[in-house]
Design a protein around this ligand. Structure first.
Ligand code: CA
Length: 233
C-alpha cells in the first residue's frame, strides 16, 4: 500500500487531506510538529511526503533540504504545499529539493493527480532504467549485471550495493550510508557486514581479471571509480 505522509499544522487541512487520500486507497500518516518530521519519515519510510512550507518553529523548505541531504530520505518524493505564491518561492522550494509545488488553496483533484504523476515519475521508471559505468551494465528488468560480454553473478545484496554505487559513480558512499541504503539501517547489521559484501561484490566484478573499479577510501567508504586507489586490499 502506498503510504503518504502529511506534514501540516492546520488540523482542518490534515483531516481534509487524510479523508481524500484514504478515499483514493492511500495509507496516511500525519505530523503536525515540524520537529518530528525527520524521525517520523525515517521510521515510517513514506512513499511520498506532502510538506507544508509554513510550520511553527521550523520552515518546510529547511526540512526539505534536510531530507535531501539524508541518505534514507533523499529519494522520497516531496510535494510542497504553501500559501506563498510567488514564482521565486516556487523556484526556492524546488531548489531545496521538493519535486512539486502547490499553492494554497489548492484543488483536491489536482493535488491527487499530481500525487499519481509524481509517484509514477519516481518509482517504477527509476527502477526500470538500466545503469552503466565503463564496461559495466545493470539491467533491472532482467536483474542482470554484465561486465563487457561476461555476466556477473551477484546475490541480491551485492546487486543492491552495486546499484547504489552505479547511481553515483565516483561519489564515495560511507559504510553507514550503504548500510542504511541496502539493509534499511537495521540495528542488527554491523558495519563490517558492508565490507564483507563489498569484498564479495569486488570479487564477482573482477572475476574475469578485469581492472578493479571499486575504490576503497580509508575511513570514508566506497566508490565506483575507474582509477582505484592503491589502498585496496
Ligand atoms: Ca502551516
Amino acid at each position: 500500500m502506498t503510504k503518504i505522509m502529511i506534514v501540516e499544522d492546520e488540523a482542518a487541512l490534515v483531516t481534509l487531506l487524510k479523508y481524500n487520500l484514504e478515499k483514493q486507497g492511500y495509507e496516511t500518516i500525519s505530523v503536525m510538529d515540524g520537529k518530528e518530521v525527520m524521525n517520523t519519515a525515517m521510521t515510517e519510510k513514506p512513499d511520498l511526503i506532502l510538506l507544508d512550507w509554513m510550520l511553527p518553529n521550523v520552515q518546510g523548505i529547511d526540512l526539505c533540504r534536510d531530507m535531501r541531504k539524508s541518505y534514507e530520505l533523499r529519494n522520497i518524493p516531496i510535494i510542497m504545499l504553501t500559501a506563498r505564491g510567488e514564482e521565486a518561492d516556487k523556484v526556492r522550494g524546488l531548489s531545496y529539493g521538493a519535486d512539486d509545488y502547490m499553492t494554497k488553496p489548492y484543488s483536491i483533484p489536482e493535488l491527487m493527480a499530481r500525487i499519481v504523476a509524481l509517484l509514477r515519475r519516481v518509482q517504477p521508471e527509476q527502477r526500470q532504467e538500466n545503469l552503466s559505468f565503463e564496461d559495466l551494465t545493470m539491467d533491472f528488468a532482467k536483474r542482470r549485471v554484465m561486465r563487457g560480454d561476461r555476466p556477473v553473478h551477484l546475490g541480491p545484496t551485492e546487486f543492491r550495493l552495486l546499484q547504489y554505487l552505479m547511481e553515483k559513480p565516483g561519489v564515495v558512499l560511507s559504510r553507514e550510508a550503504l548500510l542504511k541504503l541496502v539493509w534499511g539501517g537495521s540495528i542488527h547489521v554491523e558495519l563490517r557486514t558492508v565490507d564483507v559484501h563489498i569484498r564479495r561484490l569486488r570479487r564477482a566484478l573482477n572475476e574475469g581479471g578485469e581492472p578493479d573499479i571499486v575504490r576503497t577510501v580509508r575511513s570514508a567508504g566506497y566508490a565506483l571509480d575507474s582509477t582505484p586507489s592503491d589502498e585496496d586490499e
